[in-house]
Design a protein around this ligand. Structure first.
Ligand SMILES: Nc1nc2c(ncn2[C@@H]2O[C@H](COP(=O)(O)OP(=O)(O)OP(=O)(O)O)[C@@H](O)[C@H]2O)c(=O)[nH]1
Length: 391
């Protein structure tokens, strides 16, 4: 996963965002439709229930009108108009009645399978009573038939219509709930994918880049040792540590006649020499020692808790090891030597790192002047061996 390119990660991110956007739009559309259909179902169920009430009221008002109540006649008429209007809405699949509701097909089927006929008959009887005269034999006949319909068949049928809508609404809501869970699951999976497939590799990459940047800022690219700034910072940290009371030995090491190595064998061979020298220093140092390449062919070492004498011995060993190093394949007759200057930093010696480096540099200069391939200490000559004598 860490090997993914930035472009691949961006594509993944776009796909993940696209999936979430699709899920969001889809659930929004579904929710809108559910709300509309749910509203429709509730309205139809309420209208169907109201039809039952209206049919009962029509039957009751017809009774009272038969007893001579003019007011009942007026109520009968108004209820009948409303009953008929709502019946047209509920029983037809067109115009004003084209409501959206889950149970619509099944409810319409109920109207077709007899309920419609009963309601038409009920309306016909009610109209005859509305336009008739109480006491008329035909009036009494219509009233009897109307009562019979209003008592049983009409309420049963209309209740069936209402419950069809309520039940259909419930079933649909259950389905919506399942769909909602599925959408939620998809969104969570996409988020998991984002976390594992996008953000984790991105964070790893950022951490890697941060390490690389850190390395570039603190390491010398050719040798892998500390650069000058990092060397100084590390030595300062050792010197300023609360437990550090002992001396820190500082060594300045410089390749002899490096310019002529470059001139004679080329810069590539010069680089090989520096790389091998860096690797050698890296190999011989104890943990806690600090090595840096602080100039072109100039290296510095800091050896904490080491006396000047100890550092001189170590420098002498190092000088001999370098002189004994095998020549690079590219330059079999090349003989590399180094000169080293030693100084001490701490109580009784140089008070600052800059001062210690200056003294070590002075000693190094003396080693060069005295013939190279030598170790000189800031205080006294420690390696009186003649140049190249041990090489
Ligand atoms: N190949 C290579 N050469 C470098 C690098 N950095 C510096 N140099 C060369 O190192 C040489 C240093 O030469 P000088 O300072 O005259 O010293 P020297 O020839 O070693 O002479 P002494 O120090 O007196 O023994 C210069 O020619 C630089 O161009 C590097 O990274 N790679």
């Amino acid at each position: 996963m860490t090997g993914l390119s930035s472009r691949a990660l961006t594509y993944r991110y776009i796909v993940a965002l696209g999936l979430i956007a699709v899920c969001t739009v889809f659930s929004h559309l579904i929710l809108g439709r559910v709300l509309r259909e749910d509203d429709g179902s509730a309205a139809v169920a309420a209208m169907s229930t109201r039809q039952i009430v209206l049919s009962e009221r029509i039957a009751q008002m017809a009774d009272e009108y038969a007893d001579g109540s003019a007011q009942a006649h007026a109520v009968l008429h108004a209820s009948l108009v409303r009953f008929e209007k709502e019946y047209r809405i509920l029983s037809r699949d067109e115009g004003e009645s084209s409501f959206i509701a889950y149970g619509k097909p099944r409810a319409l089927a109920l109207y077709r399978d007899g309920l419609g006929q009963n309601i038409e008959r009920f309306i016909g009887l009610a109209q005859r009573i509305d336009g008739g005269v109480p006491g008329d034999p035909q009036f009494a006949e219509s009233l009897r038939a109307l009562r019979a319909l209003a008592r049983k068949r009409l309420p049963d049928g209309l209740e069936a219509v209402a419950s069809v809508h309520v039940r259909a609404g419930e079933v649909h809501l259950q389905r919506m709930e399942i769909l909602q869970h599925i959408i939620l699951g998809v969104v969570l999976l996409v988020l998991l994918f984002e976390a594992l497939g996008i953000f984790r590799p991105m964070i790893r990459r950022i951490v890697r880049y941060a390490r690389q940047l850190q390395d570039l800022a603190t390491r010398d690219v050719l040798t892998g040792l500390c650069n000058r700034r990092e060397f100084q910072a590390r030595v300062a940290a050792v010197r300023d540590a609360p437990v550090s009371t002992t001396e820190v030995a500082v060594l300045m090491l410089d390749v002899d006649h490096f310019k002529s190595i470059n001139d004679r064998y080329g810069h590539a061979v010069g680089d090989v020499v520096l790389t091998r020298l860096g690797a050698h220093l890296h190999g011989v140092l104890r943990s806690g020692d600090i090595a840096g390449r602080i100039g072109g062919e100039e290296f510095a070492l800091a050896l904490p808790a080491t006396t000047r004498d100890g550092a001189v011995k170590m420098a002498e060993r190092l000088r001999k090891e370098v002189a004994a190093m095998a020549a690079p394949d590219e330059a079999p007759d090349l003989h590399v030597t180094v000169s080293i200057g030693v100084a001490a930093l701490g109580p009784g010696a140089a008070p600052t790192l800059d001062e210690a480096l200056r003294r070590a540099d002075e000693a190094l200069y003396r080693a060069k002047r005295n013939g190279r391939n030598r170790v000189e200490s800031a205080e006294e000559t420690s390696s009186p061996a003649p140049a190249l004598a041990d090489g």
